[in-house]
Unconditional design. Structure first.
Length: 246
């Protein structure tokens, strides 16, 4: 059962009644066709606030572990995720990265909109971290424009790292920038020279940096040139060592 068209206006109505989120830049959203929506990721709220602010159905790639819950609650959650355009993908390892890329290409070639968080995981401290190259690879493979989006105020609105709903009275604003053409950006990196050769690793990283700069210009976040996942690992290891000393 496809519930996205029915649930989106309901959730949007509830958000407006309780939190009154605002949005700017809607004129930048392509009305149809393939599109990659790339958003910063500072809390759990972006996963439902941002889709309600954008007048397009968004498809997402979700960790397959989200679909493996036990019992009736687990089965219901898996069914709900599929009904709102979340696609289960095993993203672990190199094979997982290829599976995610192929799943994303299939969504875009169906002329749909695909939502991604380029940082790969939530920011541990509200700052912006280095973007991974998945969104850029998808854009180059399909020609889909990337729509940079920033959710502002979501990190401050968290009651805790595990909170699902923002604090009452939280100020939430979604700002949307002009689309980016990664094929044109790649040509620019190459001095405007026409070339069909695949982007190198360095070029992919440079394009990912261009994307993150576009999102940061919207969000105003401090940028950290490290992967958030690595920072989280270091923080976890530090806490474990501190606990051992205690």
């Amino acid at each position: 059962m496809h519930l996205y068209p029915a649930l989106q206006p309901i959730v949007k109505f509830l958000l407006r009644i309780v939190w009154r989120p605002t949005v700017s830049g809607l004129e930048n959203v392509p009305s149809s066709g393939r599109m990659i929506m790339a958003c910063n990721h500072v809390s759990a709220f972006e996963t439902y606030v941002v889709p309600c602010m954008i007048p397009r159905e968004i498809h997402w790639l979700g960790k397959d572990s989200l679909f493996k819950g036990k019992g009736l609650p687990g089965k219901f959650f898996a069914w709900l995720m599929r009904s709102v355009n979340v696609i289960p993908v095993d993203r672990s390892g190199q094979a997982g990265a290829s599976a995610a890329l192929n799943a994303g290409i299939a969504v875009l070639e169906g002329e749909h909109a695909l939502g991604v968080f380029p940082e790969g995981t939530r920011s541990p401290d509200g700052r912006m971290y280095r973007g991974k190259t998945g969104a850029v690879r998808l854009a180059l493979a399909t020609g889909a424009p990337i729509l940079p989006v920033a959710e502002i105020g979501a990190f401050e609105a968290q009651r805790s790292k595990k909170s699902i709903l923002p604090k009452l009275g939280a100020s939430l604003h979604t700002t949307i920038g002009p689309t980016l053409d990664m094929r044109a950006e790649l040509a620019g990196l190459r001095g405007g020279a026409s070339s069909n050769s695949p982007a190198s690793r360095d070029e992919l990283r440079a394009l990912a940096r261009i994307l993150m700069e576009a999102i940061r210009d919207l969000s105003g976040q401090e940028y950290v040139d490290e992967y958030a996942s690595e920072v989280k690992k270091s923080l976890k290891a530090s806490r474990a060592k501190a606990h051992e000393r205690v």
